[in-house]
Design a protein around this ligand. Structure first.
Ligand SMILES: Nc1ncnc2c1ncn2[C@@H]1O[C@H](COP(=O)(O)OP(=O)(O)OP(=O)(O)O)[C@@H](O)[C@H]1O
Ligand SMILES: [Mg+2]
Length: 269
């Protein structure tokens, strides 16, 4: 049986998480037959535009409506709440020809959403069982680690750019994951938009921290133009530098072949 893989993309604000997720989505749909669920876990919702996906409803807005119904006494009983939420969440799932898409969005209003948040995590866990690959675009903060949204993630990708802050955030993410006892099978780092010639230095610095550099994405003018025009990254030419770089990263991550995945996870085939 194939490995079922949940991959989350994290890192400091603005380093290229959404870009990485969108480009990985593109490469997996173009070059692999695996079923794919893509989740925008960032309430800012940048990923739909990068992918050219329309999002009518988010999990968060559905949960907010549910919360109102609970407050109004329209729904009662824990089991019913769970059933209602689960049923409705599936309405937020956008089923595409090549992959399915879910936008988490945010819950609105005051007070504790512990119940709803816990349910969302459970539902995401359950949903991801239906796909060979689940890709999560995370928000810049670290709350998702302490909230354990990352609980069942196999591979944590940390994106860094050439800033010190991005590097330090990467170490912090690694440490925090340990503190909250999230055991990723693998943590890898992608260097985005580094000046040329810095790969080796980054590689050895990360190695000393026990982190593996899996690849570099160069600064890509085509990508910048696509972003400026609001065009999805799926329209980038397949020989754009960033697309080529992601292709090699996807291969190394085992997204395109099982043998590479087993090697990455330190298992023999
Ligand atoms: N390799 C690259 N070449 C050119 N532009 C890039 C590259 N990577 C990212 N960008 C641009 O940098 C900006 C930030 O990238 P992106 O939105 O992917 O970062 P992010 O980490 O998801 O940010 P946030 O923390 O706000 O979610 C975007 O405008 C994106 O188009
Ligand atoms: Mg983003």
């Amino acid at each position: 049986m194939r490995e079922r893989l949940v991959i989350s993309v994290s890192g400091k604000g603005g380093v290229g998480k959404t870009t990485t997720t969108a480009l990985l989505t593109r490469i997996v749909t173009e070059q692999s037959k695996r079923s794919l669920l893509v989740v925008d876990a960032d309430p800012v919702l940048n990923l739909p535009r990068a992918l050219g996906v329309e999002v009518p409803d988010t999990v968060g807005s559905i949960a907010t409506r549910l919360r109102k119904s609970i407050d109004d006494g329209a729904i009662s009983g824990a089991v019913t709440k769970q059933d209602v939420l689960e049923g409705e969440i599936f309405e937020a799932l956008i089923e595409g020809d090549q992959y399915d898409f879910l936008a988490m969005g945010r819950t609105e209003g005051e007070g504790c959403y512990c119940f709803v948040n816990r349910l969302l995590t459970q539902i995401l866990d359950r949903l991801s069982q239906n796909y060979e690959i689940t890709l999560l675009d995370m928000s810049a903060g670290l709350e998702h680690l302490s909230r354990r949204t990352n609980r069942n993630v196999d591979i944590l990708i940390i994106v860094v750019d050439a800033s010190r802050a991005a590097y330090e955030a990467a170490l912090r993410i690694r440490d925090l994951a340990k503190e909250v006892h999230i055991e990723f099978k693998k943590i890898v780092v992608i260097g985005n938009r580094f000046p040329e010639g810095m790969e080796e230095d980054l590689h050895s610095k990360l190695e000393q921290e026990g982190l593996q550099l899996i690849g570099m994405i160069p600064n890509d003018d085509d990508l910048a133009k696509a972003n400026y025009q609001g065009a999805p990254l799926t329209e980038l030419s397949s020989d754009s530098p960033a697309v080529l770089a992601i292709e090699s990263i996807a291969e190394k991550l085992g997204l395109l072949s099982d043998a590479t995945l087993l090697k990455l996870l330190g298992k023999s085939s």
